[in-house]
Design a binder for this molecule. Structure first.
Ligand code: GDP
Length: 479
């Protein structure tokens, strides 16, 4: 925490701009040594949240840093330009402690987005005393310095990884602290109940009467209901965050690639009339009414002809095992084939939406057999983009199970949070049970204490180094 850290915050590769981020107590002095501003001022005199145009320069001598003086005189400035190698033309922003992302002094350098210039600036900052930031270290500092709690820190990652608009909305709510506030309030209520119980334990004169016990039981019941509700909605939250795995299956030429393209509303996989052209699996993320679907178009190969196909079949099998939903396609213009029957047999125990494709052609398929086998059957034409909306509705119905989803609500999306909230709920349920069974107050108080511990863990009021390492190792460097 005492080091000044630096990282390239933008993704590597060519881009319009690149951002080098420096945070820590020496951020400003390091920037002083490498930045030459157009208006001849030194970085340590810059006001917070101001941006400055200038150059990053190398090979400075001691005359470069004119500490304490607010402005560099003309001769000094000109000699700085001529005597030192210019690395890049930049815009530099200063954000002073404590009102910054990490609560420390931060300097951000917007340079040209080339790999070489970003790397050169990074090296220069390192040479001048900073150290390379670990993954997520800026956000970790924001947490350790108390600007955000752990649930909010984790939301940062979810914002970056959001796959759909709704996933982003949910993560931003969490980042703003909506979830933390709700959980915090639950914690406060529990603490309040605990203090009443503990007073009666410590001072037997203040023994709780039956009426008060009834009130406490009512309050615990309310908390229990709220927790059950949060956990119930978390199932949807998890879908927003992680998406669902969908595999499109069907015999060669049934129209799998065409369907994927219709869903994507743009050409992605090669669609040709020759059987078996989709030689390998193709993966795409599609946003269907806010649900991120991770769709895989399998090769559709049943009898591999060569090594490549064999590999593709093995891969398809793996995807099918992991799938949350299978879209099994049939060709309306042909009778059910041997291949269709093999697929039906293989997949009938899975969550399937059966698709009868090519309804624009003369129908020969035994439709009644399919409707008997599968609960969800949709007839479409992938080529003519007909009834694709019905398929989308069927997917939504399955995922939401007919529930209306309020996107703005505090959805818990993170597995760690869900597990901890389950624990909290379990302890509250036990405490209610103990009350019903007239067990001693000590038992009830103990359960509430345990519940509070889990709440503290969720918000990061208590944490282990291992937990922090695990959480922040998932971040990219520079965040
Ligand atoms: P895949 O092997 O299952 O991926 O099948 P493709 O998507 O490559 O489609 C095979 C052929 O069927 C192509 O010529 C498509 O244009 C055609 N096709 C796909 N869907 C339809 C449809 O709904 N109607 C008609 N008439 N042809 C279709």
């Amino acid at each position: 925490m005492n080091d000044t850290i630096v990282a390239i915050a933008t993704s590597s590769g060519q881009a319009g701009i690149g951002i080098i981020r420096i945070s820590g107590k020496n951020a400003l002095t390091i920037a002083d040594k490498i930045f030459l501003s157009k208006n001849k001022k030194v970085v340590s005199t810059f006001k917070t949240y101001t941006t400055h145009y200038g150059w990053i320069v190398k090979n400075h001598d001691s005359s470069f840093v004119v500490s304490n003086s607010k402005k560099i005189n003309n001769t000094n400035h000109d000699s700085r330009i001529t005597n030192h190698e210019i690395i890049d033309e930049v815009i530099l922003t200063v954000m002073r402690s404590p009102r910054s992302y990490t609560k420390e002094d931060i300097v951000e350098i917007n340079c040209h987005g080339g790999i070489v210039s970003q790397r050169a600036i990074l090296d220069l900052v390192l040479e001048n005393g900073a150290r390379l930031a670990e993954p997520g270290e800026f956000t970790k500092r924001a947490f350790l310095n108390g600007r955000i709690d752990l649930a909010q820190a984790e939301a940062v990652l979810d914002v970056i990884r959001a796959k759909t608009d709704n996933a982003l909305k949910v993560s931003l709510e969490q980042l703003k602290g909506a979830l933390s506030k709700q959980i915090n309030n639950l914690g406060k209520e529990l603490l309040n109940i605990l203090s009443i119980l503990e007073a009666s334990i410590d001072f037997p004169d203040e023994e709780i009467d039956v009426l008060s016990l009834k009130i406490i039981s009512g309050r615990l019941n309310k908390i229990n209901k709220e927790l059950i509700n949060i956990l119930d909605e978390a199932k949807t939250g998890r879908i927003f965050r992680e998406g669902i795995n969908v595999v499109i299956c069907g015999k060669p030429n049934v129209g799998k690639s065409s369907l994927l393209n219709a869903l994507l509303k743009r050409e992605r996989s090669i669609v040709t009339p020759i059987a078996g052209t989709t030689r390998d699996t193709i993966e795409e993320i599609i946003d269907i009414k806010g649900i991120p679907l991770k769709i895989v178009d399998t090769a559709g190969i049943l009898e591999p002809r060569d090594l490549i196909e064999r590999k593709a079949v093995t891969r398809s099998k793996k995807y099918i095992t992991q799938a949350d939903l299978i879209i099994l396609m049939f060709d309306a213009s042909t009778k059910l084939s041997k291949e269709d029957k093999i697929l039906i047999k293989k997949l009938k125990k899975k969550q399937v939406i059966a698709i009868i494709n090519k309804i624009d052609l003369k129908e020969l398929i035994e439709k009644d057999k399919i409707t008997k086998l599968f609960k969800n059957v949709v007839s479409i034409s992938a080529k003519k983009i007909k009834n694709i909306n019905l398929l989308e509705d069927a997917i939504c119905d399955l995922v939401y199970k007919g529930k209306v989803i309020n996107y703005a609500s505090n959805l818990v999306t993170n597995t760690r949070h869900i597990e901890l909230l389950k624990k909290v709920q379990k302890f509250i349920a036990t405490s209610l049970n103990s009350m019903d069974n007239k067990l001693s107050i000590e038992f009830i108080a103990q359960d509430i204490k345990e519940a509070l511990l889990s709440i503290d863990e969720l918000l990061g009021k208590k944490f282990s180094q291992d937990l922090l390492d695990k959480i922040f190792s998932e971040f990219c460097i520079g965040k």
